[in-house]
Unconditional design. Structure first.
Length: 658
């Protein structure tokens, strides 16, 4: 047998050498055919046979294309299923932000596909039911198209489904009963869906924002009961012919029945009217009541009334109704930020009438998700009232923060200030925080490190955002931690709560809490001292350590390990590698990238501020490390089952998130 193997092994080697170029040529031909059908403007300068260096080809394995990202290239035309299905080694496929049209093709030949991004195009027709053939698929994002018809039940067969974004289309019919425990991100808003929202353990986790904009939907997730409460008119009963002496008594009974029915109906109307009046009275809470009590109850109405309603659009000088002046009573007005935000048309009245859901409470105040009557959703931060600056000082700082616009910052859209009230309005980010991504829940400990490619992408996002803040003289973040990093629609990391450190109360007990203290640089542990950009860099280093270890950074960690945190971090990585939990286990190149990121983190958490690198240097080191990682990556496949495996399947370049 050994002799046969030795005899024929040269033959197999020759066969492999001959077949491999043919396989690569198949991908070349498929990509060139794709370009010919979709690229009339010649946006893709594809030439030569080295397809792994072509624009949009992000990853290759053994010469086969595994990740194709063709975004915002003004591509047009109809996707050809025969061409696409020849690229059968694809793991990630993205055509986001183009002008592709027609029906989404049958992609059943892409048996290795994990992530599909077709959002913001002009796709129409029904969604292909053959999607169920892609058993490895985890991410489906087709939002912002014109797809019609029902949501296919075949999606229920995707057992690994993690992200399903179908919003802003024309889907109709009912929502299938999704039961996949892996499903973490779900959005079907702004379609034409109808009927009951299925009550499954999976779907009950998602709130009203995942279903809004479907007028005929009902269910407990959107607090809209199903079924009509109106009384259906009863059919007229058929009475026998009334004759003889009994006709008078029968006629009397009939009159009594009619009078009783009418009386009961009128009574029911009065009861309904009374209930409406009671609900209306309960909704009319004064702004002082809201201020004193706090908007703490989930679903509580953020409404000020006192017999009046807020008037005027954002940025005006207040409004009047019923002779009541907002300005004269010190109730202020809603001021919109940024020249590009003039399209915002909601008013202070809309905001105060919005239903509010508590998202969290932090060192700077409480944060709420506000759903307006129009369905528009924003995030409102209510600053603590312990330390309010003068109106002019607050306004100046808000104008500075309101002008900041960067892909890795959560933009400040508007602010409101009154005598004892400060509200900040931001975009709503439904995908949660980095803290939740790392740890899975609010409980401390028990987390796993993310895959090293995810760590590098998140680190670059955060460094980009923080550098942009630092490029504004005298401006710092001041409160950088994983709960103040939100995940955008494409899972990009965005900083929030930046620039608010001027308004914090140095005597607040919460300011000296263990969680906040761990992120803070040693020279700024005294909350009466102002934060600096070097202190931000220290916080950034702590955040990188949290990414690498999956551990919640509490103060007892500092007390236990002191300045020997590097040794502790290395020991954690070694333990997880030995136990097989490390996603990079057994991959020497991966360990090198992790070690490089660890070295960057440790440089940032130097005890001496002058020894910490500048943010521009930090960003360059991360980019260099990530560039080397992309070159040396072998794109090895991992089976699902952990956070790191799930996150790894998501695109990891500039606009596609982790």
């Amino acid at each position: 047998m050994k002799l046969m193997v030795l005899r024929y092994s040269p033959f197999f080697l020759v066969l492999l050498v001959c077949v491999l170029p043919l396989v690569q040529a198949g991908d070349v031909e498929a990509l060139l055919a794709l370009k010919a059908s979709l690229d009339p403007g010649n946006s893709l300068p594809w030439r030569g046979s080295s397809i792994c260096n072509w624009q949009g080809v992000k990853e290759c394995t053994n010469g086969r294309v595994t990740k194709l990202v063709l975004e915002h290239l003004n591509l047009s035309g109809v996707l050809n299923d025969k061409i696409l299905n020849r690229l059968d080694q694809l793991r990630v496929l993205s055509f986001k932000g183009n002008s592709l049209s027609g029906q989404i093709p049958d992609l059943s030949g892409l048996v290795n596909l994990k992530s599909l991004y077709l959002s913001d195009n002009n796709f129409s027709g029904e969604f292909p039911s053959s999607i169920s053939d892609l058993h490895r698929l985890k991410v489906v994002v087709v939002s912002g198209n014109q797809i019609s018809g029902p949501i296919p039940d075949s999606l229920l067969k995707l057992r690994r489904l993690y992200v399903l974004h179908l919003q802003d289309n024309q889907f109709s019919g009912s929502i299938p009963p999704f039961k996949q425990t892996s499903l973490r991100f779900f959005n079907v808003s702004n379609n034409r869906l109808s009927g009951d929202i299925p009550v499954t353990p999976t779907l009950v986790r998602f709130n009203v924002s995942s279903f809004s904009g479907n007028l005929e939907l009902c269910g407990e997730q959107i607090q809209k009961p199903c079924g009509n409460v109106a009384i259906a008119p009863s059919s007229s009963p058929s009475y026998p012919q009334i004759t003889g002496s009994s006709s008078s008594s029968r006629r009397t009974k009939l009159v009594k029945i009619i009078v009783g029915s009418v009386g009961g109906f009128v009574g029911l109307l009065l009861i309904i009217l009374l209930l409406c009046m009671i609900c209306k009275c309960r909704e009319r809470k004064s702004l002082s009541e809201v201020r004193n009590k706090g908007i703490d109850d989930e679903g509580m109405r953020m409404e000020e009334a006192s017999g009046t309603s807020a008037g005027g659009r954002g940025g005006n000088n207040g409004g009047k109704q019923g002779g009541f002046s907002w300005e004269s009573e010190g109730l202020g007005s809603l001021v919109f930020c940024g020249a590009g935000d003039q399209k915002m048309t909601y008013s202070l009245e809309d905001l105060l009438k919005a239903s509010a859901e508590t998202l969290g409470r932090g060192t700077m105040g409480s944060t709420y998700k506000a759903v307006m009557e129009s369905g528009y959703i924003v995030t409102v931060k209510r600053l603590k009232d312990a330390r309010y600056p003068r109106a002019e000082e607050f306004g100046r700082q808000m104008e500075v923060l309101g002008r900041l616009r960067h892909p890795n910052l959560v933009p400040l859209r508007a602010y409101f200030q009154a005598k004892e009230e400060r509200l900040l309005v931001y975009d709503y980010f439904p995908n949660g925080s980095l803290f939740s991504l790392i740890h899975g829940s609010r409980t401390s400990g028990g987390g796993k490190p993310l895959h090293w490619t995810s760590c590098l992408k998140i680190a670059e996002d955060l460094a980009n955002g923080l550098l942009y803040i630092h490029q504004n003289p005298g401006l710092t973040h001041g409160n950088l931690k994983s709960s103040n990093v939100l995940l955008g629609s494409d899972f990009e990391s965005c900083l929030t709560d930046y620039g608010l450190n001027l308004f914090r109360d140095p005597d607040s007990l919460e300011e000296s809490s263990a969680t906040s203290l761990f992120y803070r640089a040693p020279e700024c542990r005294d909350t009466r001292k102002p934060t600096t950009q070097q202190a931000d860099i220290y916080s950034f280093g702590v955040l990188l350590l949290e990414l690498l270890t999956g551990k919640t950074p509490f103060q007892d960690l500092v007390q236990e390990h002191g300045s020997d945190i590097p040794k502790w971090v290395n020991s954690v990585r070694e333990e997880e590698t030995e136990s097989g939990d490390d996603p990079a286990s057994g991959n020497e190149a991966s360990e090198e990238k992790l070690q490089a990121l660890l070295n960057i983190a440790m440089a940032c958490v130097s005890l001496m501020p002058q020894n910490r690198p500048m943010m521009r240097e930090v960003l360059k080191m991360i980019r260099d490390t990530r560039a080397e990682a992309q070159i040396s990556s072998n794109s090895s496949d991992h089976s699902p089952g952990s956070w790191s495996d799930i996150v790894q399947s998501l695109p990891r370049d500039e606009h596609l998130g982790i």
